[in-house]
Write a protein that binds this ligand. Sequence first.
Ligand SMILES: Cc1cc2nc3c(=O)[nH]c(=O)nc-3n(C[C@H](O)[C@H](O)[C@H](O)COP(=O)(O)O)c2cc1C
Length: 219
Amino acid sequence: MDIFEAIQNRHSVRSYLDTPIPEDTAETLRACIADVNRESGLHFALFTQECTGFAGKLKNVRNYIAFAGGGENLEERIGYYGAKLMLEAQMLGLNSCWVAMSFHKGAVTKRMPLREGEKVVNALALGYGQTQGTSHRTKPMEKLCRCDGPMPDWFRKGMETVMLAPTAINQQQFLFTLADGRVSARAKLGPCSQIDLGIVKYYFELGSGRKVFSPEKNF
Ligand SMILES: Cc1cc2nc3c(=O)[nH]c(=O)nc-3n(C[C@H](O)[C@H](O)[C@H](O)COP(=O)(O)O)c2cc1C
């Protein structure tokens, strides 16, 4: 599965089978996480075969990536780099669900050797799903972006990809703008909308084929 198939196939999956993640798959994910941590300065960690406190609609979650870190624009950076790992997991045949509300942060925090100034922000539940999930409803593209002229093909492809991205409560509270040939994106008001902004920036770059943002320099 390539990354564009992963984008198409990924949907939030909240109920998991008992099937454990094979050790070689876990190792590949750990290596991706180590790369992301090195590049971003964030502190992500994979936990497998644990029965931690996922709640709400999340059932039988045994594996997850804890998204932790510190510094400026923490939420947006977690969104950007977390999206990268979420799609890596999908390419490895795993299902996932990004989780902000439905888990006990305290329980996860206790397992993390956090450094001064770091905190656990979100988690990505992982495993083999009971289903593959379903496509979310999306706002029309014209509500998600503005262009100061005719929309170039690369920008449209970026937006089509963005529309497939997960956002908290599927709120899609962001706006991309193309003005004077430059792309910008901002979050509107909403729960976790800064995390969503990081996620959709990553998706936009994949879809448009252009490197637009600088997460390593806080965007
Ligand atoms: C930042 C963020 C937080 C989320 N938190 C939760 C959560 O606490 N519980 C949950 O069941 N789903 C959660 N989700 C999943 C969203 O509800 C889901 O991504 C959205 O409805 C779109 O559906 P899709 O992921 O299937 O495309 C979260 C997603 C994001 C991006």
